[in-house]
Design a protein around this ligand. Structure first.
Ligand SMILES: *[C@@H]1O[C@H](CO)[C@@H](O)[C@H](O)[C@H]1NC(C)=O
Length: 189
């Protein structure tokens, strides 16, 4: 085998490994059945609105999960969040850096939902009960109850801890005010 064959083999090896590298950018596959004591009760979280990661405001109630709240999720690469969004309630634009979200409206609403992609295009829809939407991983998205009934919804995520990021606009402006030049952010003029 001369050096050219060697280089070709190396390249081929790299290219065939590429899909695996990409797949492992998400949550890793489980290496055990589960983590923990294995007692049946450890696989149940009673009332997510009591024992989840609950935030209850005038706009509605959000109850998330994650390994801290429900250890049975550890290594499983999935999570859910429940919502009771009051009429006019608004879940402001935010992202989940580690997970795609799929939301379904169980009852109430309707819900206005939308996200903005990396081209700056917005994708806005109205969901009625049993409709489903998908917010791709990392995309800025929102939900808004545009109806007169509490919107009872559930979201699933392909990460045990998809993360939550909401830009604190005022803090960013304060921390950057001494910079000599600024860039223009689309839609922020
Ligand atoms: C949210 O807070 C309100 C007012 O305190 C309360 O009546 C309601 O039961 C709470 N909802 C949940 C799901 O915790």
């Amino acid at each position: 085998m001369d050096w050219r064959e060697g280089v070709a083999l190396l390249l081929l090896g790299f290219i065939s490994a590429w899909p695996l590298i990409v797949i492992h950018a998400a949550d890793p596959d489980p290496v055990l059945d589960f983590v923990g004591d294995g007692i049946a009760e450890s696989f149940v979280l009673r009332d997510i609105f009591v024992n989840g990661d609950v935030s209850n405001t005038t706009g509605g109630v959000r109850a998330g999960l994650g390994p801290k709240f429900f250890p049975a999720q550890i290594n499983q690469g999935v999570s859910i969040t429940r919502f009771l969004i009051a009429p006019c309630g608004f879940n402001p634009p935010h992202t989940h850096p580690r997970g795609t979200e799929m939301l379904t409206l169980l009852e109430g609403g309707p819900l206005e939902v939308g996200f903005v992609d990396t081209e700056g295009q917005t994708h806005i829809n109205i969901l009625h009960p049993n409709d489903v939407t998908c917010f791709p991983r990392g995309m800025m998205h929102f939900t808004h109850n545009v109806g007169t009934e509490v919107a009872n919804a559930v979201s699933g995520f392909n990460s045990q801890d998809p993360g939550f990021m909401m830009r604190k606009r005022q803090e960013l402006i304060t921390c950057c005010k001494d910079l000599p030049t600024t860039i223009t952010i689309v839609g922020e003029q």
